[in-house]
Ligand binder design. Structure first.
Ligand code: NDP
Length: 277
């Protein structure tokens, strides 16, 4: 019973890796991934190492360019420009230290190599209904739902969180799938009334376990993007145990959206190599 309700990101990511690996081999692609990291944030180190490991397993040539915490923006931009010249898919591991403006740095990545889909050009194309490279987490959510044959068309999708990284691009992607979308944030009035009308409720706030049973509609599909650490233990936005009986499908944390985000990074990197082949 429990497994029937779980949207298993690890399982779907594994299937996607098999396809990526096969495509790289059969098409003789030479995908490249450059990761720009500034500082030594321990969570970032874990994510970066994971990306490097999986890339290598898939046959993607991955390089880490690690800068000191007090690195100047010009030296980072210089590195990004060299990655552009090497036709390498490139990401900037977030968050950056406070003295650096992430948007200013990221927008130096050539839009056709922007495998995180976060440059203004790619965000604009997505907003315009002509997506080029889509941001990994929203793409991971849509891909996960599709792999479970979950119908999005015409559904009321409520997204909690309006960041450029997650909430806003996800809103666009859901509109693209013909959902009716409501985007909520910290100033939303009567949040519970809105979330409890969702056919598909997606939360990306970073507030541990704040989505309780009374926030969800009976038989809703719940996607938990949030990651926070409480007493050194990973937690999502959703109180999984509290909502579980009420929902029809739910993503766990860990093992839901997280693995899909990494899988979409590898997918975007492979697509870049295909486009330049
Ligand atoms: P941000 O901090 O940029 O955005 C958080 C959003 O949540 C904001 O729009 C904020 O509203 C809203 N919010 C915060 N508190 C509340 C509340 N109590 N009620 C309603 N809305 C609220 O975070 P990100 O979008 O970058 O990330 C969100 C979460 O997703 C984090 O936990 C992050 O770690 C996780 N994440 C997970 C990934 C994965 O692969 N699983 C990938 C990326 C992120 P306002 O705009 O008004 O401030």
């Amino acid at each position: 019973m429990i497994n029937e309700k779980i949207l298993d990101g690890r399982l779907i990511a594994g299937r996607i890796y098999e396809k990526i690996s096969a495509t790289i081999k059969t098409k003789h692609l030479q995908p490249k991934l450059s990761i720009i990291q500034v500082g030594n944030n321990s969570a970032s180190n874990i994510y970066v190492n994971k990306k490097l490991r999986i890339a290598k397993e898939l046959g993607i040539s991955a390089n880490l360019y690690k800068f000191d915490i007090d690195a100047k923006k010009d030296e980072i931009i210089d590195r990004i420009e060299r990655c552009n010249q090497e036709y390498s898919g490139t990401i900037v591991q977030l968050p950056l230290p406070n003295h650096l403006d992430s948007s200013e740095i990221i927008n130096n990545i050539h839009p056709d190599l922007d495998v995180d889909g976060l440059t203004i050009v790619n965000q604009g194309l997505l907003f315009n209904g002509h997506p080029n490279i889509c941001p990994c987490t929203p793409l991971g959510v849509v891909t996960l739902l599709k792999n479970y044959n979950i119908d999005i068309l015409g559904k009321h999708v409520v997204i909690v969180g309006r960041s450029n990284l997650v909430g806003k691009p996800l809103m666009q992607m859901m509109l693209h799938e013909d959902a009716t979308v409501t985007l909520c944030h910290s100033k939303t009035n009567n949040l519970k009334d809105i979330t409890s009308s969702a056919d598909i409720l997606i939360s990306a706030t970073g507030c541990a376990k704040f989505i309780k049973r009374d926030f969800v509609k009976e038989n809703a599909i719940v996607v938990d993007i949030g990651i926070s650490y409480v007493n050194n233990k990973i937690s999502g936005d959703v109180d999984f145990d509290d909502v579980f009986q009420k929902v029809s499908k739910i993503t766990p944390v860990p093992g839901g959206v997280g693995p899909m985000t990494v899988a979409m990074l590898m997918y975007n990197t492979m697509k870049v190599a295909e486009n330049f082949a």
